[in-house]
Every structure is written in structure tokens, then in C-alpha cells.
Design a protein around this ligand. Structure first.
Ligand code: NAP
Length: 311
């Protein structure tokens, strides 16, 4: 095995992403030592039981000797965590995060980051609807994009740190892309944040409808609705923080979405089958392009074992 990218990494927040990182870093040899910390004592003892690495009981011990500190906490907890760890960070170490929103994460971390460390925000485009240390797995990042949003014009040492962090993620199996933080937030608003908002909304609407009293929504849930319920099972804290922190991009995208939805509504009302066909065929083409780009598979029923009988 080639030498580790980092001698020691510190993972703060041992949930789905943090525990997957710990597993992947150990399995691939990307870090010689993996130290972990979580604010929740029960999560710390689960992480110890799972053998995820060297579990610490405080923030100072987890990060004081780390070459790279990875904040894997909800977006809303990034600023307070950064403020607490700032005095303990080793000179020339790297501090990064995995938050799903990048402009607010950068502002939050920059407010407290000491000048002697390299701050490089990041976001793995990988995840599931599950949370907690037991939900993580080593192959989560394999083949997935990892977006880094470095601060521009920082000089040679900083650029070297960006290359090193990119090499670390590549070793975990990710494909690294460099992007401006604001652009990241606009892109993710449509590809990830809006779909989650729609899923939360459609599931609540269905449950508010009167047939729910008779259990019909659950009993007759068709494939389309079940896919939404899977997305809507995602962690509420994480998603509350995403919407509060990517407000402008999400509202702009939601405006466009509402206009397009109104056009479909009009086409249904006036029996305009041509418009419906045109829009549905265009959407089908986009699905094909996603499969061709290797972002999903073409398996029937998304690879599920049981066929949907209720679609
Ligand atoms: P998770 O499974 O809920 O894990 C987060 C962990 O952080 C929990 O154990 C939580 O403890 C702990 N925590 C909360 N505040 C903390 C603090 N101040 N200090 C230390 N630990 C703290 O969440 P996740 O899915 O791994 O998400 C973590 C980050 O990854 C988020 O920023 C999210 O935006 C990003 N992300 C998630 C996904 C995804 O699909 N899930 C994908 C890409 C990026 P408690 O449970 O006690 O609160």
C-alpha cells in the first residue's frame, strides 16, 4: 500500500458521513491514525464499539495533533465547532468540512479560522437517507463527486494543501471537482435541495388528505410516492440547516419550479397533450443522460427486487 496521505485525521461528528469517512480512510490507508469526536456521548460509545478509530472525549484531544480536521456536523453547528477548535489546530494543518451548503460554511469557518491553517471547504455528493455511526459504510464515496470550494488567490502553500486534500478524497474513491462556493450552492439547490423540499411536501400533503384516516396512502403507496417517502426520511436537522443556509438559491430555484409547474397545470386543465408529451419526453432524455454519465444505473425499478404493482 502506498504511504498514507495524512498521518492523522480528526473527524468531528460521527454520523453517516463521519463514520463512512473513518471506515474509508482506514480501509484505503489514506490516514495512518483516525481520531474521532462527537458531541453525543452515546454516539462516541457506539463509535468505540464499532472500532471506527481512536475516539476522544473532547475537542482538544481530537484535533491537536491532526494534519487534517474534517467537520462532519450539521451545517448549523459548523460555526460553533470551528470557534471551539480554533485554539487547538496545528500550524499548517488542513481544516475542511462536508456540509451540504458551501457559502455559509465558508463564512462561518472563516470567522474563527486561525491564519496558520489551511481552510478548504468541501462537500461529498454522496449519502443516504440514514443517519448515525451505524449507517456509514466504507464504499460510500467510491465513484461519487467530491466538490472542493477553495478560497481563491491564497498562494503556493495553500494550493499544495488543496492538492493534498484532493488526493485524500481520491484515495477514498471520489472524483474531485473544484468549484466556486456560490456556484456550488446554486447547482445543489436544483439537484439536491429542491428535490428534498418537494419530497417533504408531497409526503405531508398525502398524509393530510382525508383518506389517510383509513390508511389508504400507506396501503396503496405506488412506486413514485414510495420514492418520495424514502427521500423524506432524511435527517430533519440536516435538512432544516440546508434550507436555512441556502435560502437565496433555494427560493430562486423554487420560483422557477413553481412557474414550470403552473405551465403543466394549465396544460392538464386545457387538455394540451402536446405540451405534456414535449415536457415528459424532455425529462426522459435527461434521465438517459444521467445514466450515460454513470450517475445512476438503468436497472428496472431502480434495482429493487419487488416490482411495483401500483404505478
Ligand atoms: P448525522 O448522521 O446526523 O451525523 C451528525 C453527527 O454530528 C451526529 O452524531 C450529531 O450528534 C453530531 N453533532 C451535532 N452537532 C455536533 C457538534 N456541535 N459537535 C460534534 N458533533 C455534533 O449527519 P450526516 O448525514 O453524517 O451529515 C453530516 C454533515 O454531512 C452535514 O453537514 C450534512 O449537510 C453533510 N452531508 C450529508 C449527506 C447525507 O446524505 N446525509 C451528504 C453529503 C453531506 P446528535 O445526533 O446528537 O445531534
Amino acid at each position: 500500500m502506498s504511504p498514507a496521505t495524512f498521518d492523522e485525521i480528526a473527524i468531528i461528528g460521527i454520523g453517516l458521513i463521519g463514520s463512512s469517512l473513518a471506515r474509508a480512510a482506514r480501509e484505503t490507508g489514506a490516514a495512518t491514525k483516525v481520531s474521532l469526536y462527537d458531541a453525543n456521548e452515546e454516539v462516541r460509545s457506539t463509535a468505540s464499539r464499532l472500532g471506527l478509530g481512536h475516539v476522544c472525549d473532547d475537542l482538544k484531544s481530537v484535533c491537536q495533533s491532526a494534519d487534517c480536521v474534517l467537520l462532519c456536523v450539521p451545517v448549523g453547528a459548523i460555526e460553533a465547532t470551528m470557534q471551539e477548535i480554533a485554539p487547538y489546530l496545528k500550524p499548517a494543518s488542513i481544516i475542511t468540512d462536508v456540509g451540504s451548503v458551501k457559502e455559509s460554511a465558508l463564512t462561518a469557518m472563516q470567522a474563527h479560522c486561525p491564519a496558520h491553517v489551511h481552510l478548504i471547504p468541501g462537500h461529498p455528493i454522496a449519502g443516504t437517507e440514514k443517519s448515525g455511526p451505524e449507517a456509514g459504510f466504507a464504499s460510500l464515496f467510491r465513484g461519487a463527486w467530491h466538490i472542493l470550494t477553495p478560497i481563491p488567490k491564497q498562494g503556493e502553500a495553500y494550493n499544495g494543501a488543496v492538492d493534498r486534500l484532493a488526493a485524500f478524497w481520491e484515495r477514498l474513491g471520489a472524483r474531485v471537482e473544484i468549484m466556486d462556493a456560490a456556484r456550488h450552492d446554486r447547482v445543489l439547490a436544483i439537484t439536491s435541495h429542491l428535490p428534498h423540499l418537494i419530497a417533504y411536501n408531497i409526503v405531508s400533503t398525502a398524509y393530510d388528505m382525508e383518506s389517510v384516516g383509513e390508511g389508504e396512502v400507506v396501503k396503496y403507496s405506488a412506486g413514485g410516492f414510495r420514492d418520495f417517502t424514502r427521500i423524506a426520511a432524511s435527517d430533519p436537522t440536516m435538512w432544516r440547516d440546508v434550507f436555512l443556509n441556502n435560502k437565496d438559491a433555494v427560493l430562486e430555484t423554487l420560483g422557477r419550479f413553481s412557474e414550470d409547474l403552473a405551465a403543466l397545470q394549465r396544460a392538464i386543465r386545457w387538455g394540451d397533450g402536446d405540451t405534456l408529451m414535449r415536457e415528459f419526453e424532455r425529462a426522459r432524455g435527461i434521465r438517459k443522460a444521467i445514466i450515460e454519465a454513470g450517475q445512476d444505473t438503468d436497472e428496472t425499478n431502480f434495482g429493487r427486487n419487488t416490482p411495483d404493482k401500483n404505478d
